[in-house]
Design a protein around this ligand. Structure first.
Ligand SMILES: C[S@@+](CC[C@H](N)C(=O)[O-])C[C@H]1O[C@@H](n2cnc3c(N)ncnc32)[C@H](O)[C@@H]1O
Length: 586
């Protein structure tokens, strides 16, 4: 019985304490659930998806007038399982709630048929497609991007098995225009082992997804590991901000793909994640992907406290930095779903329950981009409404300061030759401007860090047409062209994203001073004055030493921020710096 009551509780939690469905369910506050969270998640999300149809069925059959112990939400959940779940209601036949629904089985079935015919769906299967497409909302305008996990399978294997019934199309646009056809597939032209599927296809129900053979990952989120392009000569890799682990497993898969037949992998991917709770997801993801042989996770560890000169990192040649950001490029696939509740009998319109604030907010979001821009999404998908431009500006400043600090720390690893920096933000403050400030920092100048120019990039990234903003790059064409962007509403079917690469020639040490901008003057006036480094990779902001400011920025960041990926162990609460031992979970 707890399944239905617990699911109803999760769905009726006030939006102020809620977050999206995943946060509500897998969040820190929900440790005492009796039913398995995945079962609650499946019931809640499916019921929300079907709720417009089920509301019609329940209202027309007058179920709530006849069965007074059912609440509207319980009725939705029970009728969902009764009519649509293969196993029916998950309660003993003698149970009062089950009996309350099953007493009306003929009427409920007849009303479902009417609801289906009203929607001109020839079968329940056709109705399922329609309902799924409708429930996707904005997300229905984007394909489902699926990365084939080469630790477990190959692209060809997946085309021959999981996707054998799919029709291959020539472009992402063809997927987007054929939305009602559930089985269209496009093999991406830029990123290897990446597929776009019709958004209505329920990939999460396939064995390939359950076993970790395929991973849901937006195309743009695949750019950083692909751009980093870890070659055998690059040695070990660091993923500095790892959870939930999409880029960690991607970069590890690329490292492995570079082995020759029978060669054992001696290289390591060191993955850091500061948040202990999110670190659990990272560990699960790495294990599910089969990447644990290559990946060393340091769970709950702050990358800023990692000592770059520790012998353990002496062979680190490439770092991937994908820090928390404003999340302004994220597509709202994970927003709290809308629930259409049946009418309570005898409830006059004056007494109707208040409209769910989430739903109201969603409508408001849809009306103006202005409002949309004021929403930040944190690493757990929780939305934060920013009430004024001034507040937004302050948050972006705090974020970009924190992001720059992390980037400059990455620059200090002695053998590092390549770094990628990425965000799922559309704001120049977190993107091109961080790149400019990083290039102008003392550590970059000292160690010879330069931007990875377009013609130095791996083919797919070189060919990706959407580049950085010229204005935000201080009118420096080379930098703008080196920066890679994506926008969520330009028809390419991807989220809003930004990535830039940095390179340094071997042999350039701490002593050699070179202008990372090639002596070109950037349009970012005064940036050199405001941002420089104290030589230890720590940012100096104005006259203040960076560490205090950074702490500040980092704290603020934790209130306003986001996860580019669009999935959670006893954690090692090490985290003090300077040790050679990285606290890695094997
Ligand atoms: C945008 S998410 C990373 C998404 C991840 N790269 C992926 O693709 O799955 C940023 C992550 O960085 C973590 N983080 C933030 N600051 C950190 C720090 N100083 N050290 C390590 N992790 C940090 C956050 O907790 C969050 O999990």
């Amino acid at each position: 019985m707890s399944l239905y009551y617990e699911t109803a509780d999760i769905l009726s939690a006030p939006s102020s304490t809620g977050g999206n469905l995943k946060t509500r369910l897998f969040g820190k506050k929900n440790k005492h659930l009796k039913s398995p969270p995945p079962q609650i998640y499946a019931l809640a999300s499916e019921t929300c998806k079907w709720s417009a149809v089920l509301k019609e069925v329940i209202d027309s059959s007058e179920l709530l007038r006849h069965e007074r112990k059912l609440t509207p939400l319980l009725a939705l959940l029970l009728v969902h399982d009764f009519l649509l779940s293969r196993k029916g209601i998950a309660l003993p036949a003698s149970h009062g709630l089950r009996a309350a629904v099953e007493r009306h089985k003929a009427r409920l079935a007849a009303e479902l048929t009417r609801a289906r015919l009203r929607r001109k769906a020839p079968s329940v299967e056709a109705l399922r497609h329609l309902v799924t497409a409708e429930a996707l909302g904005d997300a229905g305008l984007y394909p489902r991007w699926v990365r084939v996990n080469t630790f477990k399978t190959t692209l060809q294997d997946q085309l021959d098995t999981t996707f054998k019934d799919f029709a291959q199309v020539e472009s992402v646009r063809a997927i987007l225009t054929g939305l009602t056809k559930a089985k269209l597939l496009y093999v991406d032209e830029h990123v290897p082992n990446l597929l776009a599927l019709s958004p209505t296809f329920e990939i999460t129900k396939t064995q390939a997804y359950i076993s970790g053979a395929v991973i849901l990952q937006d195309k743009a989120s695949c750019f950083p590991a692909y751009l980093l392009d870890p070659q055998p000569g690059d040695g070990d890799i660091i993923d500095s901000c790892s959870a939930p682990g999409n880029k960690t497993t991607h970069v590890a898969a690329i490292v492995r793909s570079r082995l020759t037949d029978g060669e054992e992998c001696e290289r390591k991917v060191y993955a850091f994640e500061k948040d202990q709770y999110r670190a659990r997801t990272l560990e699960k993801m790495v294990n599910l992907a089969g990447a644990q042989t290559i990946t060393r996770m340091s769970l709950g560890r702050d990358f800023l406290k990692v000592d770059p000169s520790a012998p353990l990192y002496g062979n680190v040649g490439a770092l991937l930095l994908d820090p928390s950001c404003s999340g302004s490029g994220i597509i709202g696939r994970d927003a709290m779903p809308t629930i259409h509740l049946p009418e309570e009998p005898g409830l006059s319109s004056a007494k109707k329950p208040p409209v769910d604030k989430n739903r109201k907010r969603k409508r408001e979001d849809d009306t103006t981009n202005e409002v949309r821009r004021q929403i930040l999404v944190d690493d757990d998908g929780q939305e934060l409404i920013v009430s004024s431009e001034k507040e937004m500006k302050m948050r972006l400043e705090a974020l970009s300061s924190f992001q720059l600090t992390l980037l400059l720390h990455a620059f200090t690893f002695p053998m590092a030759r390549k770094v990628t920096y990425s965000t799922c933000s559309i704001h120049a403050e977190e993107n091109e401007q961080v790149v400019l400030k990083a290039l102008q920092s003392e550590v970059a100048l000292k160690r010879g860090w330069r931007v990875m120019k377009r013609d130095q990039q791996i083919q797919g990234m070189r060919e990706w047409p959407v580049r950085g903003s010229l204005e935000a790059s201080g009118w420096d064409e080379e930098i703008a062209d080196a920066c890679i962007r994506s926008y969520k509403d330009d028809g390419r079917g991807v989220m809003g994203f930004f990535v830039a690469g940095f390179v340094r020639e071997a042999g350039l040490g701490g002593e050699e001073k070179r202008s990372a901008l090639g002596n070109k003057k950037s349009g970012l006036k005064g940036a050199e004055d405001r941002y420089s480094s104290n030589g230890n990779g720590h940012l100096l902001n104005g006259s203040k030493a960076g560490s205090t400011d950074l702490k500040d920025a980092s704290n603020k960041t934790n209130n306003g921020l986001s996860d580019t990926s669009g999935s959670h162990i006893e954690i090692n609460a090490d985290g003090e710096d300077g040790e050679e031992w990285g606290g890695f979970a094997d």
